[in-house]
Design a protein. Structure first.
Length: 247
């Protein structure tokens, strides 16, 4: 609980801005949203919505959340925690955003290693074939499958179209046998990738990169459970399986 509080306070007071003379009673939601865009330097600002805390409104810009207080005069950026219940209210909103965004990335765009028995969980993984920890995780995918976990790979080339894995990832997504190509690209199987990286599916590599940026991916592997929870980086399968199964 102490750790949770210290993290929350550190995040909460990262930034506080003053909106001189702006009050919800005097300004419409549209006007307040326009001012938020100006002050926060982003066009991607969601209209404020009421939270369960009286007088506190939540907004979002990009993948960051902010809260308006004092009728819209002040905004703070960070996590809001209910100390009585130990619920991180911002994390709940963050997970909802992840679930919503991942739902918009169809299975056709993913490379799926399905559970080998009754599916008990789904793990979404933003991956880069040139990433060492992604390669290590891929060697353990079989253990996840055997435990009833389906692994959904989403492309996230670090560095975008200039990244070291960008070309190979396009080849993987263009392959007739995408799962085999993924294993070859990550060194888990021998063979060579097809030379072509120009196909309709190659666009999914760029789509995955944009999606990852929208939900805050900043490195690979980035692992998400079906409820939007994020695991930070590579997690050994011995630790990952119980966390996914028992969530």
């Amino acid at each position: 609980m102490k750790k949770l509080l210290s993290r929350a306070l550190a995040a909460t007071f990262t930034l506080m801005l003053t909106f001189s003379g702006v009050h919800a009673a005097d300004e419409s939601t549209e006007d307040l949203t326009r001012l938020l865009k100006l002050r926060l330097g982003s066009d991607q600002v969601e209209p404020p919505t009421a939270t369960e805390v009286e007088g506190v409104y939540q907004t979002r810009f990009g993948n960051k959340f902010a809260y308006l207080i004092d009728g819209g005069r002040y905004v703070f950026i960070g996590d809001m925690v209910d100390l009585k219940t130990a619920r991180n209210l911002t994390e709940m909103s963050r997970r909802e955003l992840v679930v919503e965004q991942l739902a918009g990335f169809s299975e056709e765009k993913r490379i799926i290693f399905p559970a080998l028995k009754e599916e008990r969980a789904v793990l979404s993984v933003f991956t880069d074939t040139s990433c060492g920890y992604c390669q290590q995780l891929h060697k353990e995918v079989r253990f996840l499958q055997e435990a009833g976990i389906s692994v959904h790979y989403l492309p996230y080339p670090r560095g975008g179209n200039r990244g070291p894995g960008y070309s190979d990832m396009r080849k993987v997504w263009c392959a007739d046998d995408q799962r085999k190509a993924m294993s070859i690209a990550k060194g888990a199987e021998t063979g060579s990738l097809a030379s072509s990286e120009t196909c309709d599916s190659a666009q999914y590599v760029d789509d995955g990169y944009l999606l990852g940026n929208r939900i805050g991916v900043n490195g690979t592997p980035a692992l998400y459970s079906s409820d939007g929870g994020k695991f930070n980086g590579y997690v050994p399968y011995q630790q990952l399986i119980p966390q996914l199964i028992n969530q």
